[in-house]
Design a protein around this ligand. Structure first.
Ligand SMILES: [Zn+2]
Length: 113
């Protein structure tokens, strides 16, 4: 007679083994929860090409230089920073600089009139 109990037991073992294997693979594919922290405000939208996430800000703490570079249009900006500066400080300084230049252009245009 067919031993149903034994067969089921073996199947259970196989399933258990597979589940264990799959579970392992799954946990390895999962991104570490740390990644959420890394995402913090180092990528910004570009004031030149208006691409939403093309500007990357970096801070060189060794030389105290902050740099913002657009990977789409290659526009870049650099400034001296201090130990407390953050990428967003470099970016907002770049935006300020752009606005200053725009204002100057407007003034120059007015003078020409
Ligand atoms: Zn750009």
């Amino acid at each position: 007679m067919y031993d149903h109990t034994k067969h089921t037991k073996r199947e259970e073992n196989t399933l258990h083994f597979l589940r264990k294997k799959m579970g392992k693979r799954k946990s390895r594919a999962k991104p570490p929860p740390k990644k959420r922290m890394d995402k913090l405000d180092t990528v910004f939208s570009c004031p030149f090409c208006n691409h939403g996430t093309s500007v990357e800000c970096r801070i060189d703490m060794k030389n105290l230089i902050g740099e913002a570079v657009c990977r789409i249009c290659q526009e870049s900006f650099s400034m001296t920073v201090n130990a407390l500066s953050e990428p967003i400080d470099v970016y907002s300084e770049w935006i300020d600089e752009c606005e200053r230049v725009n204002t100057l252009d407007e003034d120059a245009a007015k003078d020409e009139d």
